[in-house]
Design a protein around this ligand. Structure first.
Ligand SMILES: Nc1ncnc2c1ncn2[C@@H]1O[C@H](COP(=O)(O)OP(=O)(O)O)[C@@H](O)[C@H]1O
Ligand SMILES: Cc1ncc(COP(=O)(O)O)c(C=O)c1O
Length: 275
C-alpha cells in the first residue's frame, strides 16, 4: 500500500437513454452536463443522432442508432453498475422505443423519468404520430415521472386547447391516467402570460412552479436540462417535489446564462450558476 492509495469513490449514479445533438445544446450532451453539475456520476446510452444542417436552414438530420447497438449499450451500462434511476429522452422511432422498453423491463427501477420528446424544436408535428403511439403504449406505463411540454401535453392528454394553468393541470391529470404517478407539465414560453409556469401533479396534490419568462423564444435544451436535473436529484435521494423544485431553479439559472453562437437558437448553459 502506498500512502496515497485511496478507496474508490462511491458516487450517486444517474443513467440516461437519449439522442445525441451535435451542437451540444440538447439531448445526451445536456443530460450528462447536468448530471456532472449536480454532482452525480452520469452514464448514457445513445438512441439516435441529430445533426442540424447549417447549409439548409439548420433543418434536422436524424440518424437512428440500430436496435442491437442500443441493446448492447444498455447491457454494458446495467452490467457495470447497480442503477436504479434512469432518464429517457429522445427515442425517435418505434423500433427504438421497443428495444428501450424491453431493456428497461429487465430490472426494477426506483425512478424512470420520461421526457416524452415527440419532435425536436423545428421538426414537423406530423413526424411525431407513429412514435407517439409506441411511446404511449410501451414506455409511459414504465415511467414514474413524465415531463411533457405544452405540445406533448396536448398530444398525450388529447386536449386541443391548453391556454391556462387550470387547463395545464387538467392535462396533467389526464396524462397521469396513462401510467406515471408524477406528471410535470411545462407551460414554458408557450403558455400565455408573463411567467414560465410548470405544474407538478401527484394524485390530487398539485404544485405550481412559476418564474418570470426570460425572453419570448424557446431555448434549446431547457426540457432536457429540467428532466436531467430532476433525475440527478432523485439519484441523490430527494423526493419528487424537492427534485422538481431544485430542477426548476437550475434550468432557470441556465436559461438566464444561455449560450449564443452561430446557430439560430440559443442553448441553456448548465454551468451558468457556477461560473
Ligand atoms: N424563456 C423561458 N424563461 C423561463 N423559463 C423557461 C423559458 N423557457 C422554458 N422555460 C422553463 O424551462 C423548462 C423547460 O420547458 P420547455 O422549454 O417548455 O420544455 P421543452 O424544451 O421540452 O419544450 C420549464 O421549467 C419551463 O417553464
Ligand atoms: C437529441 C435531442 N433530444 C432532445 C431534444 C429536445 O430538446 P429540448 O430540451 O430543447 O426540448 C432535441 C432537440 O433538438 C434533440 O435533438
Amino acid at each position: 500500500m502506498h500512502d496515497n492509495d485511496k478507496s474508490p469513490t462511491v458516487a450517486d449514479l444517474a443513467y440516461v437513454i437519449a439522442g445525441s445533438e451535435a451542437t451540444g445544446g440538447a439531448g445526451l450532451q445536456v443530460d450528462l452536463k447536468t448530471f456532472q453539475e449536480l454532482g452525480v456520476y452520469g452514464l448514457g446510452t445513445v438512441t439516435c443522432i441529430v445533426s442540424f444542417d447549417p447549409a439548409n436552414g439548420w433543418g434536422h438530420r436524424f440518424f437512428p442508432v440500430p436496435a442491437e447497438v442500443i441493446a448492447a449499450q444498455m447491457e454494458a451500462a446495467t452490467a457495470a453498475y447497480e442503477l436504479d434511476v434512469v432518464k429517457i429522452g429522445m427515442l425517435g422511432t418505434p423500433a427504438t422505443i421497443e428495444v428501450v422498453a424491453e431493456g428497461l423491463r429487465r430490472q426494477p427501477w426506483r425512478h424512470v423519468v420520461l421526457d416524452p420528446v415527440l419532435i425536436c424544436k423545428g421538426q414537423e408535428p406530423g413526424a411525431a404520430l407513429d412514435t407517439d403511439n409506441a411511446l404511449r403504449e410501451q414506455v409511459l406505463p414504465l415511467a414514474t415521472v413524465v415531463t411533457p411540454n405544452l405540445f406533448e401535453a396536448r398530444t398525450l392528454s388529447g386536449m386541443d386547447v391548453i391556454e391556462t394553468v387550470d387547463q395545464l393541470i387538467e392535462a396533467a391529470h389526464r396524462i397521469q391516467d396513462l401510467g406515471p404517478r408524477y406528471v410535470v407539465a411545462k407551460g414554458g414560453v408557450d403558455l400565455p402570460g408573463a411567467d414560465a409556469v410548470d405544474v407538478l401533479v401527484d394524485g390530487d396534490e398539485v404544485t405550481v412552479l412559476s418564474t418570470p419568462k426570460i425572453g419570448q423564444e424557446r431555448v434549446s435544451g431547457a426540457g432536457c436540462t429540467l428532466a436531467a436535473a430532476i433525475t440527478a436529484e432523485l439519484a441523490k435521494g430527494a423526493d419528487v417535489g424537492d427534485a422538481v423544485a431544485h430542477a426548476k431553479s437550475f434550468v432557470t439559472a441556465g436559461i438566464e446564462g444561455r449560450m449564443s453562437g452561430r446557430a439560430p437558437f440559443e442553448s441553456v448553459w448548465q454551468g451558468a450558476a457556477r461560473v
